[in-house]
Design a protein around this ligand. Structure first.
Ligand code: OGA
Ligand code: MN
Length: 199
């Protein structure tokens, strides 16, 4: 946690391999697969509220929003960890983070998400993006890297390619860091979410 905080302070983003244990990540992956088999996922949209649309040229993942009250055990445990992260971020950076919204995401083979910021136009509430990857045995060549431009606010030549390996947690300022998901050559699972301020 301290390492993550230091990286957030220094860079505005952090990638922490092994942040969640293999055992916990495996159980989360299991819950993700069970929900998918039950048909609980739907095509992800772009935009919010009345502007929400499925746009296949922009993103091709399927998502399941985590709803309090309907959480399986491991999802509850993961949200409890994120709650500690929320409190730590507030304590260190005085961000006033208030809420978390998140979803499982499954990118089918060939799935991608084109370059974007995580704060839809006209909104201000999403402050920090947090992603946990759930892919055991991910190999170079499997694609699906998160390409994160690491200069706050711009898309210049500096970027990191982050492999979506099981247990890796990524955090960044939602409105400032451009990013995309490169085409995945095998199905790719994650939990993506946002800490937001009250609106
Ligand atoms: C998103 C997103 C990145 C990833 O869902 O907004 O950018 O690596 N996800 O899954
Ligand atoms: Mn995003």
């Amino acid at each position: 946690m301290v390492e993550l905080m230091n990286a957030m302070e220094r860079d505005g983003w952090a990638a922490m391999p092994g942040c969640v244990s293999d055992a916990d990540s495996r159980r989360l992956k299991q819950e993700c697969e069970t929900a998918e088999a039950a048909g609980a996922f739907h095509r992800a949209g772009v935009g919010r509220g009345e502007n929400r649309q499925v746009r296949e040229a922009i993103r091709s993942d399927h998502v399941l929003w985590l709803q309090t009250g309907e959480l399986a055990v491991e999802q509850g445990l993961y949200l409890a960890k994120l709650e500690l992260l929320r409190l730590a971020l507030n304590e260190r950076f005085f961000l006033g983070l208030f809420d978390f919204e998140g979803h499982f995401a499954i990118y089918p083979e060939g799935g991608f998400y084109k370059v974007h910021l995580d704060r839809p136009t006209g909104t201000h509430d999403r402050i920090i993006t947090v992603i946990l990857y759930l892919n055991p045995d991910w190999q170079p060549g499997d694609g699906g890297e998160l390409k994160l431009w690491t200069t706050c606010g711009t898309q210049d030549g500096t970027f990191e390619l982050i492999e979506p390996r099981m247990g890796t947690l990524v955090c960044f300022l939602a409105g400032d860091f451009w990013h995309e998901v490169l085409p995945a050559f095998k199905p790719r699972m994650s939990i993506t979410g946002w800490f937001s301020r009250a609106h």
